[in-house]
Write a new protein. Structure first.
Length: 248
């Protein structure tokens, strides 16, 4: 119960990595406030957490809209008077060649992956500054270290998150706030089926040092480490969780 008494906001909590984080944090005693654009999905996840004895509140919303994030922040402070943890996880990763990419598609990716991270952080930071403590974890991607075809918009947004993490950690350190980043590798999630074939997935696993699929729980455990006292000496860091694909 390493997070007992803590209040955590998790974006993109209806599936995949976000769901794994919300579930693990609740198991460790956190009171979870989870946001996702999939209203039915986030209600189901939070309902299952409550059914298992955890505390979870579901919010349907879009991280691209500051007002949607604001409702989550207001609810957490209104109910418990605190926000201890923010996990900026919500993101999308469609494949598209640069030559086919429109300005609208570029903006859609960056507004979700990067500006969504900004919105959540900007709303939570004043509260954390006031209480002089807090843990923020931003979810980036191992693709930032690789550079892959048909992901220019995605990789540029995820690379910006690494830079955002480092710069914000410098500013927030004097306020007792830790800001770190995780770069997941090829994680076994349902949405993967829409963008990769089994053969492509197998080829990636063959490049990993650990010859198994990375699953959401692997990322959730790294988040748990970064949100407990075990990581109190770390800030501004990027933790690569990819089975030893990229050595960073």
């Amino acid at each position: 119960m390493r997070l007992e008494g803590k209040v955590a906001i998790v974006t993109g909590g209806a599936a995949g990595i976000g769901r794994g984080i919300a579930e693990l944090f609740a198991q460790h005693g956190a009171r979870v406030f989870a946001l996702d654009s999939n209203a039915a999905g986030i209600e189901q996840v939070c309902g299952e957490i409550r059914g298992s004895g955890g505390v979870a509140r579901a919010f349907a919303g879009d991280v691209r809209r500051a007002d949607d994030m604001g409702k989550v922040v207001e609810a957490a402070i209104g109910e418990f008077g605190q926000i201890d943890i923010l996990i900026n996880n919500a993101g999308i990763y469609p494949r598209l060649s640069f030559l086919e990419m429109t300005g609208a598609e570029w903006d859609r990716i960056h507004d979700t992956n990067l500006k969504g991270t900004y919105h959540g952080t900007r709303l939570v930071i004043p509260h954390m500054v006031e209480k002089r403590s807090g843990k923020i974890v931003n979810i980036s991607s191992v693709t930032f270290f690789l550079g892959l075809r048909n992901l220019t918009h995605y990789i540029s947004s995820k690379g910006a998150i690494v830079g955002f993490t480092r710069a914000l950690a410098r500013e927030m350190g004097p306020h007792g706030i830790h800001v770190n980043c995780i770069t997941p590798g090829a994680v076994e999630v349902e949405s993967e089926k829409a963008v990769a074939t089994p053969e492509q997935v197998a080829a990636i696993v063959a490049l990993q040092s650990l010859q198994r699929r990375i699953v959401p729980l692997d990322i959730a455990r790294a988040c748990l480490f970064l949100c407990t006292e075990l990581s109190d000496g770390l800030t501004g860091q990027t933790l690569n969780v990819d089975g030893g694909w990229v050595m960073h």
